[in-house]
Write a protein that binds this ligand. Structure first.
Ligand code: CTP
Length: 403
């Protein structure tokens, strides 16, 4: 499992009989030269001792949020930032419920809530608890918030009952984590370009034409691409958003600047045009502020269509070109028209007439129209971050399938 080499894993052990198997998991991680730090919940302390855990990790064990000595050494924020990935193994039904409600009751849940890393959950519990509708609902909520589940196995349990809920084999768990890093590693060879936000087309030094785009979906896609290993460049119109960590972000104002910076940053393997580029600019922008008394009319002309230009360029065209279609009506018809006319591989469409998911919302719901595929793929209502992650997973699969 060579992709585990030198990785930093924060292992959170919760209180269940399967906690003892976490020791075997640590052994596998250490054998593959991972750095492992651990948190033991109050419940876990009943099943395994900090001494056995620290003997295997070679590290201090963290146990409680309110141990001020621990907090002074490495607080919950630092711990979550230190890790490349966070793994709850085993996680109990109770801890799943706490996470799904966003509780921060102890060090484990506080770290998860404060984390900016991917979090894996390897549940272990009695079959009735696992199959309980409340647990299922909690899991669905966690998955839709981006948590990754390593499913338990079917088998005989410590309590003597038989069924699903048995802690996944430590080797399987370590393989899932290895695959996660492998996927990121493979994506590192791909370069991605994302355009995002609105543009401003100046009428004079104080007035401009723009639109309601917040740039949130484009920024979330750039962030997800970078987190999944892609070397990402973001060309952004004016927004209030913070540049995603590790992403090369270039700020522009006008469509012309966005066009220039996009071209300069080619070639890439994949380009996602999520910017709401202003379609019109004034023919002659005025150097001085226009006075009302002298104003007669504005003459407009079309801006350059960046997507259209790049997707039809026989030398510059990336392997995968994805356009966006923000529509208020006839979504399917308009999207397929854009897909064909702009020579895209995919069009990601959203209904901006729906206030819940439209401009400036933190939520979205999209349909992906693909070339030569008759049925659109739906990504249902979710946060823009989760939508972005799902889009990036599809991109990653597509690039690998055509590699
Ligand atoms: N686009 C672009 N450059 C432009 C205009 C649009 O790159 N000057 C890209 C957008 O980033 C998006 C796609 O083209 O990926 C579709 O944009 P949209 O505004 O929905 O379509 P338009 O072609 O502008 O058509 P209309 O506004 O009439 O729907």
């Amino acid at each position: 499992m060579k992709n585990l080499f030198n990785k930093k894993i924060l292992l959170i052990i919760c209180g269940g009989i399967a906690a003892y198997k976490a020791l075997e998991l640590i052994r596998i991680f250490k054998k593959n030269q991972c750095n492992v730090k651990t948190i033991l919940t109050k419940g876990a302390l009943e099943f395994v001792t900090p001494l056995s855990v620290s003997s295997l990790t070679g590290e201090k064990v963290f146990t409680d949020l309110f141990d001020y000595k621990d907090e002074a050494e490495m607080d919950h924020i630092t711990l979550s930032r230190w890790a490349d990935v966070i793994l709850f193994a085993p996680i109990t039904a109770n801890k799943l419920a706490q996470l799904s409600h966003g509780l921060a009751e102890d060090l484990a849940t506080t770290v998860a809530l404060a984390s900016n890393k991917d979090i894996f959950l390897a549940p272990a519990m009695n079959v009735r608890m696992w199959e309980n509708n409340i647990t299922k609902k909690n899991l669905i909520k966690l998955v839709s918030c981006g948590y990754k589940i390593i499913e338990p196995e079917i088998g005989e349990m410590a309590c003597g009952e038989y069924g699903s809920g048995k802690f996944s084999d430590p080797l399987n768990i370590s393989k899932s984590i290895n695959n996660y890093f492998k996927n990121i590693e493979e994506n590192k060879k791909f370069k991605a370009l994302v355009t995002a936000g609105p543009t401003r087309e100046y009428i004079d030094p104080v007035r401009f034409i723009t639109n309601r785009s917040s740039g949130k979906q484009g920024y979330a896609i750039a962030n997800a691409l970078q987190n999944n290993g892609f070397e990402t460049t973001l060309i952004s119109g004016p927004t209030n958003l913070k540049s995603p960590d590790g992403v090369k972000t270039i700020k522009v104002n006008t469509a012309e600047e966005m066009y220039e910076k996009s071209i300069i940053n080619l070639p890439v393997d994949i380009a996602i045009f999520s910017a709401a580029v202003a379609d019109f600019k004034v023919k002659q922008s005025n150097l001085n502020k226009i006075k009302k008394e002298t104003f007669e009319k504005l003459e407009l002309e079309k801006t350059k269509d960046i997507l259209n230009y790049i997707s039809k360029h026989n030398k510059l065209r990336p392997k995968l070109v994805i356009g966006f279609a923000a529509e208020t009506n006839n979504i399917e018809q308009n999207s397929i028209k854009k897909l064909n006319e702009k020579n895209c591989d995919w069009i990601i469409a959203n209904d901006v007439s729906n206030e819940k998911i439209g401009f400036d919302s933190d939520f979205n719901e999209v349909k992906i129209f693909k070339r030569n595929v008759s049925k659109a793929e739906n990504i249902l209502l979710d946060t823009k971050e989760v939508i972005a992650q799902k889009i990036v997973e599809k991109i990653s699969d597509e690039l690998k399938a055509n590699a």
